[in-house]
Design a protein around this ligand. Structure first.
Ligand code: ACM
Length: 556
């Protein structure tokens, strides 16, 4: 309960929440979840979670039964009209009273979110994998009425598994946590200079060579210290199939990214003919931006198409991310073959050459029924029509893209890069740079005023990023995500209320009990625990490579 209002501490905050009337619902061993036939998978997911946490037997039944203590009903709730059109199915109502709990939604996603909210009405122990004190007795749900619908249809969580490979178990834990926070996209950054993580049958060396690097930096990139220890790993096709199915059950779409034509050193190490110099290179062992990029000859374009085809087969969503960020043109400038390509296609700059390449990828994806997603650099070469732009270097890319009619996801690094330290404090673990507080993430407004009113619907939503140069383990990843991801979720799902950060912080404190029950290595609001704290020299922004713009002075 939040102390001020004696209302449950729901996070993200729903559209409307009131105390209800009538008797509480009694959840207990032997209880039944009655559900519309189309909500069977959602009911079974909840049954499994509840059975694990309590030790109960829970039944599911396709019926509208007045005897069932919990019912999932199929009907469009009135509040669906308050969601963006493509997210109407995520809206739900939850009414507890008269001894029963009823979730009403038009689609399984809405029923799923209704149950996520219902779970937040239970004690934190409802998030455990087994009951701590033997089988749980009954749990009472007090009467409430919740009407809820998301503000944005794209509520994304990004994870870079290229810089540091993250085991499958962690990816699935993150999906579970994202879904608990009503986030619906996991963006997996699968390929990097420092490691390639997805198998492609036609090019086996991508994994044999590209998945492993000789060593990794210790401390900050420019300390010049290395650990001498090989690092790497990759997911099998079956692992990825499992991840995608696990995500789908939780209404999360996994967006794959194969970053091209820059950030491709691992692929060039595996297949030197993809590069511009003919010289062998190794999978990159340092952080930063490499000058080694793909050549853009027909054989390389065919390589990219083949990779897209095999990777797209593993990820059924309608979007495919081809990166496009941070691609130096130095090698193309020195390459007679690149000059010949430019002349052949009437291109007058190397940036246009990249734009031409991106357009080829967009055409290919379109022929496969997919839409291209790229980082905001794709605007510089003229983004292909229909491309979705992720605005990361700030808001300008998103403003330009939406104004020009592209769909946009706002990911600006100054607010939503969770690889930044929480505070400019030596107690924090080493990070790319200071500092993004929980409040800073919470304060972000994804629809910039500079987008003309008629184009604002192109902002599909927002996404938080975790790049992993300085995130070597799942434990550290949890530290960097949480509780900033909780603040992100509130911003991405909920409308702004006038209540301010302290009201959110009150609910967040209660929410931390749920994260504790789930075994999340979150950073306490007061600062790192002794076990989490590290001695970091702290590094002024100017010393960070590449230079990154910080939050304006005086802002949270
Ligand atoms: C990025 O941070 N290079 C998208």
């Amino acid at each position: 309960m939040s102390p001020e209002e004696d209302l449950p501490a729901l996070l993200p905050r729903p559209l409307r929440l009131r105390r209800g009337a009538g008797a509480p619902a009694r959840l207990a061993d032997g209880m039944t979840i009655a559900h519309d036939p189309s909500f069977g998978a959602v009911a079974r997911w909840f049954r499994r979670e509840l059975e694990a946490a309590t030790g109960w037997d829970v039944r599911t039944a396709e019926a509208a039964g007045a005897e069932a203590v919990l019912e999932l009903r199929r009907r469009a709730p009135a509040c669906a009209a308050e969601a963006p059109e493509r997210a109407a199915g995520e809206a739900y109502e939850l009414v507890v009273g008269d001894g029963r709990a009823v979730v009403t939604a038009a689609e399984p996603a809405g029923a799923f979110y209704g149950l996520q909210t219902l779970r937040q009405l239970l004690p934190g122990d409802a998030y455990r994998k087994a009951p701590p004190g033997g089988r749980t007795g009954e749990m009472l749900l007090g009467a409430v009425a919740v009407e809820d619908a998301p503000r944005f249809s794209w509520r994304g969580v990004h994870l870079d598994v290229g810089r540091h490979f993250m085991p499958k178990g962690f990816v699935m834990k993150l999906i579970d946590l994202a879904a608990m926070h009503k986030c619906n996209v996991l963006h997996l950054h699968l390929t990097e200079d420092q490691g390639w993580r997805v198998p492609v049958a036609k090019y086996p060396r991508l994994i044999e060579v590209g998945a492993w690097r000789r060593e990794s930096p210790v401390g900050h990139a420019d300390d010049g210290v290395f650990d001498g220890t090989p690092h790497g790993g990759f997911y099998s096709r079956e692992d990825l199939g499992e991840i995608v199915a696990f995500a789908a059950e939780r209404h999360v779409t996994v967006l794959p990214e194969v970053d091209m034509p820059g950030h491709m050193v691992a692929a060039i190490a595996a297949y030197p003919e993809l590069g511009n110099t003919g010289e062998p290179v190794e999978v990159l062992t340092e952080w930063g931006i490499s000058e080694h990029v793909l050549n853009l000859e027909e054989s390389t374009i065919q390589f990219c198409r083949d990779v897209i085809d095999e990777v797209a087969e593993l990820f059924p969503g309608s979007y495919f991310h081809v990166g496009g960020d941070e691609c130096p043109t130095k090698e193309w400038e020195a390459s007679p073959r690149a000059a010949a390509l430019m002349a052949e296609h009437g291109l007058i700059s190397e940036r246009q050459l990249q734009g031409w390449f991106t357009a080829r990828m967009a055409e290919h994806l379109e022929s496969r029924g997919r839409r291209l997603v790229g980082w905001d650099e794709i605007l510089e070469g003229g983004a292909p029509p229909g491309a979705l732009v992720m605005s990361w270097r700030g808001e300008q890319g998103g403003i330009e893209a939406a104004t020009a009619g592209h769909d946009v996801v706002m990911c600006p690094l100054q607010w939503l890069y969770l690889d930044w330290a929480y505070a400019d404090d030596p107690a924090e673990p080493v990070a790319i740079c200071p500092a993004t507080s929980v409040e800073r993430v919470w304060s972000y407004e994804p629809v910039p005023d500079a987008i003309p009113a008629g184009q604002r619907h192109h902002v599909l939503g927002t996404q938080c990023q975790l790049w992993t140069e300085y995130v070597p383990t799942p434990e550290r990843a949890e530290y960097m995500y949480f509780p900033r991801l909780s603040a992100f979720a509130e911003m991405a799902w909920s409308r702004r209320s006038g209540a301010g950060f302290s009201e959110f912080e009150g609910r967040l404190r209660a929410h931390l009990a749920r994260l504790s029950a789930l075994g999340v290595n979150y950073r306490p609001l007061e600062g790192p625990t002794p076990g989490q704290a590290r001695t970091w020299k702290g590094r002024p922004m100017e010393q960070v490579t590449p230079p990154r713009e910080g939050p304006p002075a005086g802002e949270p």
